[in-house]
Design a protein around this ligand. Structure first.
Ligand SMILES: C[S@@+](CC[C@H](N)C(=O)[O-])C[C@H]1O[C@@H](n2cnc3c(N)ncnc32)[C@H](O)[C@@H]1O
Length: 326
């Protein structure tokens, strides 16, 4: 009779230590995932040399429109600026050749896909931009964890290197009209919630962050993409949309859906359509090359905290997060 409470006590203690062990294991594997992803960024083994013309091709024309409308004391932050060719080009006499970009969007024997760009906005914005002397074009800040070359010395251009964006206090930057992120911070960060909190703090009210997401395929079964087959999320061939977040309410959503639901931003997707070449077997499907536009709507926003549970070594990586208490 007297043994009962002892057994319960022993079972209780064993259970407590087993739960403690499990919690420790989870914490350890989260630390490992975070360190692995930081190392992945540190290796810098990805495309880092896109110039302004490549940005104009990847992003919707609204990015160029916003940059062209920026006042001389406006501010563009490129979050994940790589070798900084795009931000350097911004101060050239000729920033980019709009005719060449539009020509390159047309199918040719060299590149048989057709890329639909908003030529009217591109041409108008390019005219506006080129009508301003470099000194009248606003301030630009690039942020990159690594940069192989010496940052260009240009008035109104600053480059932060050697630090993760999430670790740079937001007061080190001037408020931003535009933030671009072309396979940059949001695509690689193990701490997207911190990055997004910084984006929100840095943007002026009405300012926009443009986060490049990647392709949505209308006929995914024909694409032959290994990732698409592996992860089976219909249509998306874009790690940001295939990454997941386990929410506190038990629901699992894609990282893209999670981001689009955040308070403090008006979120929408914009895309450039790509008609792929029949040679690649993707007919009759169409590719939509998406960018997430986050427009800041109000000053106060509480962005939930996330913890990275897992990430692969993709370029960019697939990540799994869970919401946690602060
Ligand atoms: C794939 S490259 C893209 C570079 C450039 N946007 C381009 O298209 O050429 C990714 C860039 O983001 C930077 N990056 C990724 N995560 C970062 C972070 N958390 N903090 C600072 N830089 C980061 C890398 O150092 C690198 O410069």
């Amino acid at each position: 009779m007297r043994r009962g409470p002892n057994i319960i006590l022993i079972i209780g203690v064993a259970l407590f230590f087993s739960l403690l062990g499990k919690a420790h294991e989870t914490t350890q594997s989260c630390v490992n995932a975070l360190e692995n992803l930081n190392r992945h960024i540190g290796r810098n083994f990805f495309e880092t040399r896109r110039d302004f013309a490549r940005y104009a091709e990847a992003f919707p024309a609204t990015v160029l429109r916003d940059l062209s409308l920026m006042s001389p004391d406006g501010h563009w932050i490129d979050a994940g600026s790589g070798e900084g060719f795009a931000i350097q080009d911004f101060f050239n006499g000729k920033i980019f050749d709009v005719e060449a970009v539009l020509k390159n969007a047309q199918p040719s024997s060299w590149r048989p896909r057709r890329l639909h760009l908003d030529s009217k906005t591109l041409i108008e914005s390019s005219k506006l931009l080129h009508g301003k002397r470099p000194g009248e074009r606003g301030y630009v800040t690039g942020v990159t964890f690594k940069m192989e070359r010496t940052p260009p010395q240009i008035d109104k251009l600053t480059v932060h290197t050697g630090q993760f964006f999430e670790d740079i206090p937001t007061h080190s930057f001037a408020p931003a009209d535009v933030i671009t992120d072309l396979y940059g911070v949001m695509s690689y960060s193990p701490r997207v919630d911190e990055g997004l909190r910084s984006y929100h703090q840095l943007l002026k009210e009405g300012g926009r962050a443009y986060v490049f997401i990647g392709d949505y395929l209308e006929s995914p079964e024909l694409s032959g993409s290994r990732r698409l087959v592996q992860h089976g999320i219909a249509g998306w061939d874009a790690p940001y949309a295939q990454s997941r977040v386990r929410k506190k309410n038990g629901q699992t959503v894609s990282l893209l859906e999670w981001t689009m639901d955040l308070p403090g931003f008006n979120a929408r997707l914009e895309y450039n359509q790509v008609d792929p070449s029949p040679r690649f077997g993707v007919v009759p499907g169409i590719i939509q090359r998406h960018t997430l536009v986050l427009e800041k709507t109000n000053q106060q926003a509480t962005i939930p905290h996330l913890r990275l549970l897992n990430a692969d070594e993709g370029k960019p990586p697939l990540r799994i997060f869970e919401e946690v208490s602060e």
